[in-house]
Design a protein around this ligand. Structure first.
Ligand SMILES: *Cc1c(COP(=O)(O)O)cnc(C)c1O
Length: 377
């Protein structure tokens, strides 16, 4: 979404502020954790819902050369923004897409032997073609499993015609500091690498970067940490926050007799109380699981979501908030300095990734600290 596509602030129910300067700072912090490694940026799903068109050029300006997207379509769109970046497509080389990869100079992440054979055959005919090969060390989702890896170890000439940029693998539970899985995956990867042709290696996602130097290898692949979500759950967030979300109060209602609030009558006000209705709902990605579970902040006070989240509206118990802070049109913080995206994710029973990628299209989106003046503000 271009900035010009954003909803006008006066016409919107809620304002989403996105700090491009914080994303740039987060990129520098992540890169600095492993000075011997290159640092890529994962910008799939429109940069986790925050706008690849605004964010990718900022990261490129910071010196990022390697970008990862999920889909071929995302790669083609990103090529239009970044003429000289290396763009890698995680979801692989689907049948009959080879010419698109060549035309847009995209690098496929090859996920099985069939993709390797198809890309290598074309490379042998036309000159070497770049690729990453994904080795599945435990995710059981994409990549060459142990049988296919063994077959490649036995016949490494299947890679002839491929300009192998990286061996890649992906961690299952990097964010769980107590889990032994990351170390097991690393051992399996190192064992395979010892028997495969040499090439640079990429393993660590955001959380993997914080597992220590032995996970860094040659190329870091952070996504969510760039966008301010805590890559080290349970420990302080080493990243700068990137998004702030505020919704407008539409109406404040005094309740003085026992009554219920919202669809399904799930919340009962016992006696005297005050309910504020704000202009955000599940159609905006304010997840319905926040019904009776989420919080906002008004005038420094935490206010709970009461009753069901509806499509366009949320009701808050504001009984403890001074009336002066409750004028219609005033804003309630939903994500920001007093209520982090990680807190909201826990309240919703999900992860920051889903909160980000669900952020809706009806917000007034405002970007700060961008490249408008020929450099970062
Ligand atoms: C999404 C993704 C990443 C980025 O993961 P984060 O946890 O967001 O840092 C890295 N590698 C692969 C293969 C991915 O699919």
């Amino acid at each position: 979404m271009k900035a010009s596509d954003s909803v006008d602030e006066r016409a919107a129910g809620a304002v989403l502020d996105i700090d491009l300067g914080a994303i740039a700072e987060n990129y520098r912090r992540l890169r600095a954790t492993a000075p011997g490694s290159d640092c890529a940026a994962v910008v799939k799903a429109d940069a986790y819902g925050l706008g690849a068109a605004q964010i990718a050029p900022v990261l490129r300006y910071e010196g990022c050369r390697d970008f990862f997207v999920a889909l071929l379509a995302e790669g083609i769109a990103l090529r239009g923004l970044l003429p000289d970046a290396r763009i890698h497509v995680l979801n692989g080389l689907l049948a009959d897409t080879e010419q698109d990869f060549v035309d847009h100079r995209l690098v496929p992440v090859l996920n099985d032997l069939e993709q390797i054979d198809r890309w290598a055959a074309r490379g042998r005919a036309e000159g070497p073609l770049p690729a990453i090969v994904h080795l599945d060390t435990g995710m059981n989702r994409l990549g060459l499993g142990s049988d296919e890896t063994a077959a490649l170890i036995a016949a490494p000439d299947r890679l002839d015609g491929i300009d192998l940029r990286y061996w890649m693998s992906h961690l299952v539970a990097a964010e769980d500091a107590g889990s032994p899985l990351a170390a097991e995956q690393r051992r399996r990867l190192v064992d395979w690498l010892g028997r495969l042709p040499p090439a640079p290696v990429s393993l660590a996602n955001s959380s993997g970067i914080f597992r220590g130097a032995e996970f860094a290898f040659d190329l870091l692949r952070p996504g969510v940490a760039l966008y301010g979500v805590n890559p080290t759950p349970g420990a302080p967030n080493p990243m700068r926050p990137v998004v702030a979300l505020r919704a407008r109060i539409l109406q404040v209602r005094d309740v003085d007799s026992p009554m219920t609030v919202g669809y399904g009558a799930t919340h009962r006000v016992g006696g005297k109380g005050k309910i504020a209705t704000i202009s955000v709902g599940y159609a905006d990605g304010f997840l319905r699981s926040l019904s009776g579970a989420g919080f906002g902040v008004i005038a420094g006070r935490r206010v709970p979501v009461v009753g069901r989240v509806s499509m366009d509206l949320v009701t808050l118990d504001v009984g403890d908030v001074p009336a002066s802070a409750l004028a219609p049109g005033a804003f309630v913080e939903l994500i920001g300095p007093h209520h982090t995206i990680d807190e909201l994710a826990v309240e919703a029973g999900t992860i920051g990734y889903e909160i980000l990628t669900a952020l809706g299209r009806r917000y007034c989106r405002r970007y700060h600290g961008g490249l408008d003046h020929g450099g970062l503000d």
